[in-house]
Design a protein around this ligand. Structure first.
Ligand code: CAA
Length: 274
C-alpha cells in the first residue's frame, strides 16, 4: 500500500495514514487502502488497534480538496458514501480502535477520529469542521457523529462557524478523552516530544485493553454501539444478550474462578479469546 502503513506489536495493531506531504488528506486511494488495511487485520492475534497519521504536524487534514474540486453532484454523493462506508467499518470493527491524533484533525480528519472508539491527542492538535467555508457540508459522518459526541448545540456551533478548536477546548467539550504534552526536564529541555508521548500513551491504553477478556471487550463495543441506536428498553435487551453470550466461555470461567480462588500465590494467565 502506498499511503497506509500497518504494524503489529503483540496484540496491538497500528494503522498509520501515510501521506504527510498532503498532511494525510484522504483521497480515494487512501480510503481504499484504509479499507484494505482494516480487512487484513489478523483478528485471531490483534485485540486493539491504534489509528494515527504520519509526520509531526497532522493527523488528517480532511478529505482531499483537489480531488473534490471538480466533482459533480452524483460524484460528490458517491465520494461521501465511500468515506462513510470505510468510517462505518472502523466504527463497527469488532475490536476497539483508538485514534492517536497527532496534529490537524480537520473535516474528514475530525470525522475519522470520531468513528474510532476513543480519541487521545497531542497538545498541538487542532480540530474543526471547516466544510461550510469550502461550500460543502461535512460529508464523512461529521453532521451525525459530532452531534452525538458533543451535543447538538456545540456541534452546530463548530459546523456553522467552521471555527477550529485547539486540544484543551476539544478536551473540555468531550471530543477527546485526553491531551498529551511533551516531557520537559528541570532545565527546560524536551526529553520526549508530545508525539512520542502520545504514541506511548496510546500503546499503553491499547495494551491494557488487549489484556482483558477479548470476547467480553468485543461484546462491550457492540453493546454500546448498538444500544446507542436503540430505545433504552431495546438497548437493555441488546446488553442482556451480549452479557449472556460471555457465559460458558473459557475466559469467563477462568476469570471468575481466578477471582474466587483464595490462593494468594496464584498468577493470572493471559485470556485466550475462548
Ligand atoms: N486536501 C488536499 N491537500 C491538502 C489538504 C486537503 N484537505 N490539506 C492540506 N493539503 C496540502 C496542501 O495543499 C499543501 O500541499 P502543497 O505543499 O502541494 O501546496 C500541503 O498539504 C501542506 O499544506 P499547507 O501548506 O496548507 O500547510 P499549512 O501548515 O500552511 O496549513 C492547514 C495547514 C491549516 C491544515 C491547511 O493545509 C488547511 O487548511 N487544509 C485544509 C483543511 C480543510 O479544509 N479540511 C477539510 C476538507 S473538506 C472535508 O474534509 C469534507 C468532508 O467532510 C468529507
Amino acid at each position: 500500500m502506498e499511503f497506509v502503513l500497518y504494524e503489529q506489536k503483540g496484540a496491538v495493531g497500528i494503522i498509520t495514514i501515510n501521506r504527510p506531504k498532503a498532511l494525510n488528506a484522504l483521497n480515494s486511494q487512501v480510503l481504499e487502502e484504509l479499507d484494505e488495511a482494516f480487512s487484513s487485520v489478523n483478528l485471531d492475534e490483534v485485540r486493539c488497534l491504534i489509528l494515527t497519521g504520519a509526520g509531526e504536524k497532522s493527523f488528517v487534514a480532511g478529505a482531499d480538496i483537489g480531488e473534490m474540486s471538480t466533482l459533480t453532484k452524483a460524484e460528490g454523493e458517491a465520494f461521501g458514501k465511500k468515506g462513510n462506508d470505510v468510517f462505518r467499518k472502523i466504527e463497527t470493527f469488532p475490536i476497539p480502535v483508538i485514534a492517536a491524533i497527532n496534529g490537524f484533525a480537520l473535516g474528514g480528519g475530525c470525522e475519522i477520529s470520531m468513528s474510532c472508539d476513543i480519541r487521545i491527542c497531542s497538545d498541538n492538535a487542532v480540530f474543526g469542521q471547516p466544510e461550510v467555508g469550502l461550500g460543502i457540508t461535512p460529508g464523512f459522518g461529521g453532521t451525525q457523529r459530532l452531534a452525538r459526541l458533543v451535543g447538538a448545540g456545540m456541534a452546530k456551533q463548530m459546523i456553522y462557524t467552521a471555527r477550529n478548536i485547539k486540544a484543551p477546548e476539544a478536551l473540555r467539550i468531550g471530543l477527546v478523552n485526553d491531551v498529551i504534552a511533551a516531557t520537559v526536564d528541570a532545565e527546560g529541555n524536551v526529553t520526549a516530544t508530545a508525539q512520542e508521548n502520545l504514541m506511548a500513551a496510546a500503546e499503553k491504553m491499547a495494551a491494557g485493553i488487549a489484556k482483558n477478556a477479548p470476547i467480553a471487550v468485543r461484546n462491550c463495543k457492540k453493546a454500546i454501539n448498538d444500544g446507542l441506536d436503540a430505545t433504552m428498553d431495546d438497548a437493555l435487551v441488546i446488553e442482556e444478550k451480549l452479557f449472556g453470550d460471555c457465559f460458558e466461555t473459557e475466559d469467563q470461567q477462568y476469570g471468575m474462578a481466578f477471582f474466587l480462588d483464595k490462593n494468594k500465590e496464584k498468577v493470572k494467565e493471559p485470556f485466550k479469546n475462548k
